[in-house]
Write a protein that binds this ligand. Structure first.
Ligand code: GRF
Length: 198
């Protein structure tokens, strides 16, 4: 069984998909802890309901971003995970966390298109006909790390940010579950900026 820590900032539907997948022992993943950058979010309630330990590490509680980064690395380290999953975690991770852990992130666009915090809105505003979701390894940039898997989603006439994001999430959840499971069972290799799962 491979232990992971999941980081969330909001509704935690991706976290819920992972929690549901771990009900099957053959999935090979145990969520050791769920961390957030804010309190009171649905993602933390989902973890609590599943009996998973939670922690909150807020940027505003530390004098500097670097100290927050170090504290977050410590809190993650308390659970000694094999790797970390950023599932809708809306803060850029710093060198302490990234130096200690391989972090997988799920992003609601076909990277390198539409990086950043408003990927769904940006795809609509650009008039794109297709967008999607990407699971990638986090590096020091903003959604620039090596891609592990992607699925495309058509943008339909009349789509709003909400309707499009819901359709993206419908494919994002199984993609994240699949990639995290494979990474846990088979391992992830990152060499020269290229990521692969054997
Ligand atoms: C996901 O679409 C994720 O890719 C993006 O924010 C959303 C988080 O959704 N960064 P949830 O909290 O998992 O419901």
């Amino acid at each position: 069984m491979t232990g992971i820590v999941v980081l969330v900032s909001g509704s935690g539907t991706n976290l819920q998909a992972l929690i549901d997948a771990t009900a099957d022992p053959a999935y090979g993943v145990r969520i050791l802890g769920v961390g957030a950058d804010r309190a009171g979010i649905t993602g933390l309630h989902r973890a609590g309901a599943a009996g998973i330990p939670t922690f909150v590490c807020r940027v505003e509680d530390y004098p500097t971003r670097a100290q927050w980064d170090a504290a977050l690395a410590e809190r993650i380290g308390d659970h000694d995970p094999a790797f970390v999953v950023s599932a809708g975690f809306m803060k850029l991770l710093g060198p302490e966390v990234l130096g200690r852990y391989t972090v997988l992130n799920t992003h609601p666009a076909l990277l390198p298109a539409f990086p950043g915090a408003h990927a769904v809105r940006d795809a609509l505003a650009a008039g794109a006909e297709v967008t999607g979701c990407t699971v990638h390894v986090v590096d020091a940039g903003v959604d620039t790390g090596p891609v592990l898997a992607q699925v495309s989603v058509p943008i339909l006439p009349g789509d709003t940010e909400d309707t499009l994001h819901e359709r993206i999430k419908a494919v994002e959840h199984p993609l994240l579950v699949q990639v995290v499971g494979r990474a846990a069972r088979e391992g992830i290799t990152v060499i020269d900026g290229k990521a692969s799962i054997p």
